[in-house]
Ligand binder design. Sequence first.
Ligand code: BGC
Length: 375
Amino acid sequence: MKDKFFWGAATSSHQVEGNNTNQWSKWEKEKSGRACDHYHLFEEDFKIAKSLGHNAHRFSIEWSRIEPEENKFDEKEIKHYQKVIDSLREKNIEPFVTLWHWTLPLWLPEKGGFARKNSIDYFARYVEKIVSSIEGVKFWITINEPDVYASKSYLVGDWPPQKQNIFLAWRVIKNLIKAHKRAYEIIKEINPGLQVGIAKHNIYFEAYKNKLFNRFLKKGADWVWNYYILNKIGSYQDFIGLNYYLHNRINWGFNKNENLKVSDLGWELYPEGIYYCLKELQKYKKPIYITENGLADAKDKNRAWYIKEIIKNIFKAKKEGIDVHGYLHWSLLDNFEWDKGFWPRFGLVEVDYKTLKRKIRPSALEYKKIIEKLT
Ligand code: BGC
C-alpha cells in the first residue's frame, strides 16, 4: 500500500472569513471587510474542496474572535470552529489547524503585541483554551511564518504596526520562538499524540555559478532566514511545515534570477526550488508537509503548469528519501492579500467579491487529475 499523502489547499482566517476585528481591520490602508464570507460559507467551500479530490485542508483560528476581550473567551466562536472541523471530518478531509496567522485581538497591540514578553503568556493561555476545547484535530501549526511577520511588521514596516526597527524585529522573533515552545509543551501535555509544528517560510538561496563568494553568501542567508528559527525550536517540533514561494539566485549580494516566468506579483516561478528546500530540510529528520505554495495568477495561465512541476519536484525529493507527506496549495480561494488588498488572485477557486459566487479554475481540475493519478 502506498503511504498516505495529504493533498489539499490552505487559507487563513483574516484572509477569507470576513468581518474580523483585529489590528488589520483597524488599519487604514487595506481592509478585508467581508472578504470571501468563508465564515458563513465554509460548508460550501469544503464541498468544493472535496469535489476537487482534497483529503486535507489547512485553515487558521482567529484569535480575535476567540478572545475579543482579554481573558474573556467566546464559547460561541469556539463552537463555530468545532463545526468547521466537524464539517471537514465528515468529508474525510484532514484538518491542519493554524493557531496564529498574524492577526491579533485589539487588546494585545495596546500592550505591545509580540514585541513584549508578556505576549508569550497571553498566547499560551489562548492555545491552552483552544486545544483543550476542540476535538478532531491531530495536526496543529502554532505560528505561521514568524520571520515574515517580524520583518514585514517590524523591519520593513509594510504591515501594522509599521515599525522599522531591527532590534524590535529581533525581539519579536525571539518572543515568537518562545511562544511556539510554550505552545508545544501545552499541546503535548493535553495530548502527547498530537502533532505540532510551525509553518516556515523558506527561500531557495542559490549560489550563482557556484562561485565561492556566492556560496559563502548563501550560507549566511540560509542561516539567518531558513535555519535560525528551526534550529532554535529544535526538538520542540514533530514536523516541519514548509511554505515555499521564493527563489533567490545570489550573485555578489544581488539577485540574479532569470525570471522566465513570473506571477502577477512579479515573483519568479521556480518550481525546482522546492526540491532543494526539501533536501536542505532533511537534516532535521522530521516529517515535512508543504503547508503553503502557490502563485497570484488571475488569468490562471501558469497555475496548472506550476502545480504540476512543483509536485514533480516534491516526488523527486520523496524518491530520494525525503520524508515529505503532504502538499497544501495556497490557496483554496482567492483572498485578501494583506497590504496588497484583493487584486492578487491566489485561488484554485475564483471568488466574485460582489456576489460571493465561487468558480472553479481549470488549474484546480488539473490538480485534481494529479491527485487521482498519484493516489
Ligand atoms: C502567507 C499568506 C500569503 C501568501 C501569499 C504566505 O507567506 O502565509 O498569508 O497570502 O504568503 O503572499
